[in-house]
Design a binder for this molecule. Structure first.
Ligand code: PGA
Length: 260
């Protein structure tokens, strides 16, 4: 995995936007895998800025989001459908017909999950998948113990995740206990994975995910098996890496090479 250490949240977000924008420019009909949570908000702000000021064009782009709470309708202000419109889609020129978020209200859950996988395949697969990680090291809502080969499925949220996400709801009891999520196996099939991590609270878990053993107890560790994963962290999230100095050195050498 390539690990990039940026000074702060702002530079982490800008660096991430550079990776996404490059793909959108080189392949205007690309497929973006998108994530929710507080981590990617800065990335989305930068993409909006690039759209407005630099003409970054999303007209032919298709998007697939990682997950959705089960039981929340798209109009619910805590649904991920709502989040994505509020933080990105309403401010760029992506076409509504090309936006895909798992349904939180599908009566036939298994059918809807299988259909989501089919739609990703029909779109030609995901070119770049944006990922955050949870306090327990999850990617999407693949909680500890999820199969590393999993596909889109219904999950029960871990107690820690419910507590983490309670900050967005009026009270903890309002947080849904179920969600539909792309599987670990689904993310592993993206051409490129872009993992964003910020803040001291996640320093230990991202170090374990990148440098520890691959284990279903930390589902982000499965990305070690992915051929093109870039992890971008801020300073605060970088302190527990054993090979921190190497990552800094490696990026410096790479930057010098690109200058030539
Ligand atoms: P966060 O969530 O970005 O709000 O920290 C990440 C996650 O739980 O995957």
């Amino acid at each position: 995995m390539r690990v990039i250490i940026e000074q702060d949240y702002d530079s982490m977000s800008k660096k991430a936007a550079g990776f996404v924008a490059e793909i959108v420019r080189n392949k205007p009909d690309c497929v973006l895998g998108l994530a929710t949570g507080s981590t990617p908000i800065g990335l989305y702000k930068e993409l909006i800025r690039m759209h407005k000021e630099e003409g970054l064009d999303f007209a032919r782009v298709t998007t697939f989001n990682l997950d959705e709470y089960y039981g929340l309708a798209p109009a619910h202000d805590q649904s991920y459908h709502y989040f994505m419109h509020d933080n990105l889609f309403n401010y760029i020129n992506v076409l509504p017909a090309k936006i895909n978020v798992p349904s939180g209200t599908a009566p036939d859950v298994n059918g809807a999950c299988a259909h989501y996988e089919e739609m990703i395949e029909e779109a030609g697969g995901i070119d770049i998948q944006v990922l955050g990680i949870g306090g327990d090291g999850h990617i999407a809502f693949n909680e500890p113990g999820s199969s590393l080969a999993s596909r889109t499925h219904l999950v029960t949220l871990d107690e820690g995740t419910i507590k983490d996400n309670a900050r967005f709801f009026e009270k903890e009891e309002d947080v849904p206990h179920l969600a539909i999520t792309m599987g670990v196996g689904t993310s592993l099939e993206a051409q490129k994975c872009l993992v964003l991590v910020n803040g001291a609270k996640k320093a230990n878990i991202i170090a374990e995910a990148v440098e520890g053993p691959i284990t279903s107890q930390i589902t982000s560790s499965a990305l070690q098996m992915h051929p093109d994963t870039v992890v971008i962290v801020d300073e605060e999230a970088s302190t527990a890496f054993k090979r921190r100095e190497f990552y800094l050195h490696s990026e410096k050498i790479l930057a010098e090479l690109l200058k030539k």
